[in-house]
Design a binder for this molecule. Structure first.
Ligand SMILES: *[C@@H]1O[C@H](CO)[C@@H](O)[C@H](O)[C@H]1NC(C)=O
Ligand SMILES: *[C@@H]1O[C@H](CO)[C@@H](O)[C@H](O)[C@H]1NC(C)=O
Ligand SMILES: *[C@@H]1O[C@H](CO)[C@@H](O)[C@H](O)[C@H]1NC(C)=O
Ligand SMILES: *[C@@H]1O[C@H](CO)[C@@H](O)[C@H](O)[C@H]1NC(C)=O
Ligand SMILES: CC(=O)N[C@H]1CO[C@H](CO)[C@@H](O)[C@@H]1O
Length: 556
């Protein structure tokens, strides 16, 4: 097979580029462990000639193959990843770096389209074989920053918008599972992005968030997640749920790495005119520069504790203890806390008084619009009714065990987001989430941020697209009981379950939130204290020493 042969040659050429030039090849080179490797560590190893981007692709691919049969985190691997990496290695060798992410492997949620050999399925067979006219804007920006898109991450199918299904399940990718205790429900809908970034199946991942789908799985997978302000990152050619709430954002292992990713993908886009609300235009702030010491100094942070008493899922005493210790850290690091602030709109937001009538009708307009943008639409779907019919008939979609309730409701409601009823619900909810929510609290108490355990925060931030950043803060004790999810399919709760501290604030306040989160992370460094119970084995040194032997043999 000529193609395979060619690839092998390119691999060998690329791997051998830096050999003999810079690297001390005596086995004393330190390779960053891939469970935690940061961008700065990877770039320094690449620039020092200790390993190449091809090595990175081979290592991450081996790691994916080791765990994917059990964890189903990755739906597809980019068949061109090695040759792209070889190209990046050659560029690096000639002194040309495309951008800050040059040659770094990233995975993206399987609802973010790329105009390459990979499918963009939202986890459904209805989109297998579909083609987009060009890269989604965030994928293009990743490539322009130098990143290599290594693969597509599994997700709760249709980002959880189809109906009653276990988080992380998709027909196309199977059941994604979390890595911190047996049969861990991976949360979602950016489930595969969570598992992949948490155990080092790539440097980092992109997810998407409509009502918590970046922040919440980041919390549960021991990651730093940034759900950007709706309008900071483009949704062009991303399979949607709700044009008023969807955002694309980073899921990474450190605040600084999440900031690198956010800087790469942020910016206005003529193909997504919600991004014209951004005050920054095409040039977002330097979020990496916001990762500096003393970021908590003088910050005013509100604590809406009453959120912990709303809804059915209350925090354990243990989680409240950890949360209170985290608040102590914020104080010690120079923040001024305004405790017991009250958000009068919160109870109605938690009871989801209006939200189904906002995101549901959005979906009725937005999913058909995505189909209309395809260059190749293999099943000729143009309406929600046709989409539902396909799912009902194709046995691989596991209907009716896996339902279509969200679509059934949307179809029987009979209107989309052009209806006056939609507007009334949207306006009512905007009052709760704005003047009676985060914006109101920020104004009344002159706050830089509000803080809560992450999973109690997303519901406040979702309706008006306020940003959220989640940082690892703790894990459940070893004797915490296993609790099955509502479907009885996986464990929703268990021992060694990570959870995060979440910060939100005014729209487009990411820079301040990153300063705060970075200072908190540096003061606590919780991530490395939480160890997954399952992780892949291959490390860079395995790949590099194998490459050396191969090269040696060829040279004989
Ligand atoms: C995309 O889907 C096609 C089927 O239409 C399949 O042949 C191909 O292998 C898929 N791409 C990848 C990278 O898996
Ligand atoms: C939004 O963008 C689309 C194209 O992406 C365009 O057709 C439409 O007119 C724009 N709407 C507004 C209000 O600017
Ligand atoms: C979709 O439409 C095209 C063009 O009309 C047709 O050739 C093709 O068979 C259709 N595909 C399906 C699955 O209906
Ligand atoms: C929200 O939508 C529902 C269902 O269509 C409707 O009955 C209700 O009146 C709407 N609420 C408001 C505040 O408009
Ligand atoms: C890359 C990869 O491992 N893809 C797998 C995703 O899950 C489906 C369903 O189990 C497999 O068929 C793919 O091979």
């Amino acid at each position: 097979m000529p193609t395979k042969h060619l690839l092998q040659i390119m691999m060998i050429v690329a791997s051998s580029l830096p050999l003999g030039h810079c690297a001390p090849r005596n086995g004393r080179v330190e390779f960053p462990p891939l469970l935690d490797a940061t961008l700065d560590e990877l770039q320094s190893g690449l620039n020092g000639g200790h390993f190449t981007s091809v090595d990175l692709i081979r290592a991450y691919t081996a790691r994916i193959e080791q765990v994917n049969p059990r964890l189903h985190a990755i739906n597809e691997i980019n068949p061109d990843a090695i040759s792209i990496a070889a190209h990046h290695d050659a560029l690096r060798h000639s002194g040309h770096l495309i951008g800050p992410l040059h040659g770094i492997p990233v995975v993206i949620k399987d609802n973010i389209a790329t105009a390459d050999k990979m499918n963009n399925t939202a986890g459904s067979y209805v989109l297998v074989g579909a083609e987009v006219p060009e890269d989604s804007t965030v994928a293009r920006k990743l490539r322009e920053a130098g990143a290599i898109i290594l693969g597509k991450a599994n997700l709760s199918q249709w980002s959880g918008a189809r109906g009653a299904i276990t988080q992380g399940w998709s027909a196309y990718g199977g059941q994604c599972i979390g890595a911190y205790f047996p049969e861990m429900d991976p949360d979602g809908s950016s489930s595969g992005s969570g598992t992949a970034a948490s155990i080092g199946l790539a440097w980092a991942a992109l997810g998407t968030d409509t009502t918590g789908s970046i922040a919440d799985p980041s919390s549960k997978h021991n990651l730093v997640g940034i759900k950007p302000t709706m309008g900071l990152t483009s949704r062009y050619l991303v399979v949607p749920i709700s044009e008023h709430q969807d955002t694309v954002g980073p899921m990474a292992r450190t605040v600084k790495d999440a900031a690198y990713l956010l800087s790469a993908i942020a910016g206005s886009d003529k193909n997504d005119n919600y991004t014209s609300a951004s005050p920054f235009g095409e040039k977002p702030p330097d979020y990496v520069a916001a990762c500096k010491g003393k970021g908590l100094h003088g910050k005013r942070i509100g604590v809406p504790r009453h959120m912990l008493q709303l809804g059915s899922d209350r925090p354990s005493d243990y989680m409240i203890e950890v949360f209170n210790s985290a608040l102590d850290v914020l104080r010690e690091q120079g923040a001024e806390l305004v405790d017991h602030i009250f958000l009068s709109g919160a109870a109605d937001l938690v009871s989801r008084k209006y939200s189904p009538f906002v995101t549901g009708p959005d979906m009725m307009a937005d999913i058909p619009r995505y189909f209309s943008q395809l260059k190749t639409n293999p099943n000729n779907i143009t309406t929600m009714i046709q989409l539902r019919d396909f799912i009902h008939k194709d046995i691989r979609e596991e209907y009716p065990e896996k339902g279509t309730q969200s679509w059934d409701r949307g179809i029987s409601r009979g209107y989309d987001n052009t209806s006056p009823v939609w507007w009334e619900n949207y306006s009512a909810q905007a009052e709760l989430a704005g003047p009676q929510g985060i914006a109101g609290a920020v104004k009344e108490h002159s706050l830089d941020a509000i803080v809560l355990p992450t999973e109690y925060l997303s519901i406040l931030a979702a309706p008006l697209g306020n940003p959220v950043i989640s940082v690892p803060v703790g894990r459940t004790p070893d004797d915490a009981p296993l609790v099955r999810n509502e479907f009885g399919t996986l464990n929703l709760k268990g021992p060694n379950q990570p959870f995060g501290l979440g910060f939100s604030g005014a729209r487009f306040s990411e820079e301040a939130l990153i300063e705060i989160a970075y200072a908190f992370e540096q003061a606590t460094m919780v991530r490395k204290t939480i160890v997954p119970y399952i992780q892949p084995e291959t490390e860079l040194e395995d790949i590099v020493s194998k490459t050396e032997q191969t090269n040696g043999n060829l040279e004989l």
